[in-house]
Design a protein around this ligand. Structure first.
Ligand code: ADP
Length: 163
């Protein structure tokens, strides 16, 4: 059984992330989305919110028991090993991603030669979407409905009503 580990911040998960998750589910028997927790970096959406938004995405994608959302701290390669993944899955949007991802995958390969990084090219319809800009638009009260799935939008709206 092949397991892929898809790490990121997912703050919040966008339709770009969902596209990579959907395609990862075709590549692997099992897909684990790892939400990286940084002790010094406060996310806009807390750990529980991001886990539940990703679970909702997996439900929407019909992933069933082939998918899991987890939190991790520390090295990505160690988290991938912990969840039994042979591969790290990453999305590539543009040249900027490529330059960074080349360094990251090279260093991860040196740290853990048994773990391969697999890149999936972003789909043209979602390649321009970044969670950072979604957060920025949200903070300016803009409409993010074109950048996140309906489940994530509901979570964002609930949060807005609370604040
Ligand atoms: P972001 O870079 O948008 O803040 P993350 O750090 O959570 O998001 O990214 C996790 C992974 O998802 C990275 O491999 C990143 O390249 C990929 N990714 C993010 N947005 C997209 C997108 N729109 N299309 C394809 N891959 C994406």
């Amino acid at each position: 059984m092949r397991t892929g580990f898809y790490p990121g911040s997912f703050d919040p998960p966008t339709v770009g992330h969902s596209d990579i998750m959907r395609r990862g589910l075709k590549l692997f028997d099992r897909l684990v989305v790892g939400i990286g927790v940084h002790p010094k970096k406060a996310p806009m959406f807390d750990d529980a919110e991001r886990i539940s938004m990703i679970q909702e995405e997996f439900r929407r994608l019909g992933a069933g028991d082939r998918a899991q959302a987890v939190l991790f701290t520390g090295l990505t390669v160690e988290a991938a090993r912990k969840y039994g993944a042979e591969c790290i899955l990453r999305g590539l949007r543009d040249g900027g991603d490529l330059n960074y991802e080349m360094q990251l995958s090279g260093m991860n390969a040196q740290l853990a030669p048994d773990i391969e990084t697999i890149f999936v090219a972003a789909s043209p319809q979602t390649a321009h979407i970044t969670a950072t800009l979604v957060r920025q638009i949200m903070s300016l009260n803009g409409d993010v409905s074109g950048f996140v799935s309906p489940g994530v939008l509901r979570a964002i709206q609930c949060r807005h009503q609370r604040s």
